[in-house]
Every structure is written in C-alpha cells, then in structure tokens.
Design a protein around this ligand. Structure first.
Ligand SMILES: N[C@@H](CCC(=O)N[C@@H](CS)C(=O)NCC(=O)O)C(=O)O
Length: 194
C-alpha cells in the first residue's frame, strides 16, 4: 500500500490506522503547502486533488477518509478497528462521517481557511467564527461520547483516527481542546509514527 499524505493534514489519521495495523506501507509525502496535490501526476491518481489517497496492493486508488478507513478495517480484521455487529458498526461509521463531513468540512475548513470562500474581511471573520462554533460544539460532543472510556467506543476504532486529526488542529482552528480530552489526545498521539 502507498499512502499519499501531507504532514499535519487529515491524512495523518489514515497514517495512524496503518501504524496501528502494522502492515507495511509506503508514505508518499504530497505536501499541500507546496501544491503537490495539484501536480498532474498526482491528479492522474486522484483527480479530486486531495489527500488522503491510498493505493491498494492491486494498484487501484481509494479516496475519502471514511471509505479508506472502512476498507482498512475490513481488510485487516485482526486489528479490531470496527466493533462486532452491524448495530455497533454503524455507530462508529455515523460518528466518523460526522467528524469528516460535518466537523472537518463544515467547521475546521471555514475556521482555518475562510479566504477560500470569501474576500471581504468582515465576512471572513464571520465565517471563521461560525467554523469555530461548529468545532467547539463538536469537541463537546466528542467529550460526551468519550466519557470515562479509553477511546470513543471503548477500544480503538477508525473514529478515533478521525478525532485525532481534528483535535490536532485545535490551535490552528482557534478553539481550545476541552481539558477532559487531553489524556485521550495524548493516547492517540502515541499510536502513530507521525
Ligand atoms: N472528503 C475528503 C476530504 C479530504 C480533504 O479535504 N483533504 C484536505 C487536507 S486535510 C486536502 O487535501 N485539501 C486540499 C485542497 O482542498 O485543495 C476525505 O474524506 O478524504
């Protein structure tokens, strides 16, 4: 497998899953800051021009965080990245999807990069504030879900990898991580060679 990864981006969550699984993989650094995701060679692999992308052993390329994470979990069942049974599994998918599509795409992107959407300074500040509110609310939801468990669903699942990258952005987003998530976040950072 080859992971197309930009350090500090959401692809760090897929890197975490690969490290937890322990299967061999190659890390292909695709730095967003250098525009590597817009390189024609990269676009020929992933026309969406985003990371993460995972090249599978058969040479095909998988994109979209929840989908890559699900593929990894199902392909390496011994890593126990999903709970047993449909009812438990869909709760993991539900929160993973919320973190990626809701909190990341509709919260952190607005808070960290309002200039992608608007030029006017006041409008940008308004959008940043909206993104920060989405994230503050989301962090609280993660805290409620965690409770006194070690990971969001008890044992480590793909949802924790998504939560890990989002929590790593707290400073850049400008929202404080709730202190009750500190030990959990620290636990997550131990899991990856990032
Ligand atoms: N829906 C995608 C989102 C991926 C995404 O937004 N990745 C960001 C990095 S965290 C990216 O590649 N941004 C580059 C860009 O939008 O130009 C997924 O789930 O993988």
């Amino acid at each position: 497998m080859k992971l197309f990864h930009s350090p500090g981006s959401c692809s760090q969550g897929i890197q975490m899953l690969l490290d937890v699984i322990g299967a061999p993989y190659e890390l292909v650094v695709t730095e967003l800051a250098k525009g590597a995701h817009r390189d024609p060679a990269y676009l020929s692999l992933n026309p969406k021009g985003k990371v993460p992308a995972l090249m599978l052993p058969d040479g095909s390329v998988l994109t979209e965080f929840p989908v890559i994470a699900y593929w990894l979990a199902r392909s390496f069942p011994e890593a126990n990245l999903l709970p047993e049974g449909l009812d438990a599994e869909i709760r993991v998918m539900e929160l993973t999807e919320h973190i990626v599509s809701g909190l990341h795409m509709r919260g952190s992107v607005f808070a960290m990069a309002p200039q992608k959407f608007l030029g006017d300074e006041a409008a940008k500040a308004e959008l940043r504030k909206h993104g920060q509110e989405v994230i503050a609310d989301g962090f609280q939801r993660l805290s409620d879900q965690l409770g006194d468990k070690e990971f969001l669903f008890g044992t480590f699942t793909i949802t924790d990898a998504a939560a890990g990258y989002l929590l790593s952005w707290a400073d850049r987003i400008g929202v404080e991580r709730p202190p009750e998530l500190d030990a959990y976040y620290e636990r997550l950072t131990q899991l990856t060679g990032n």
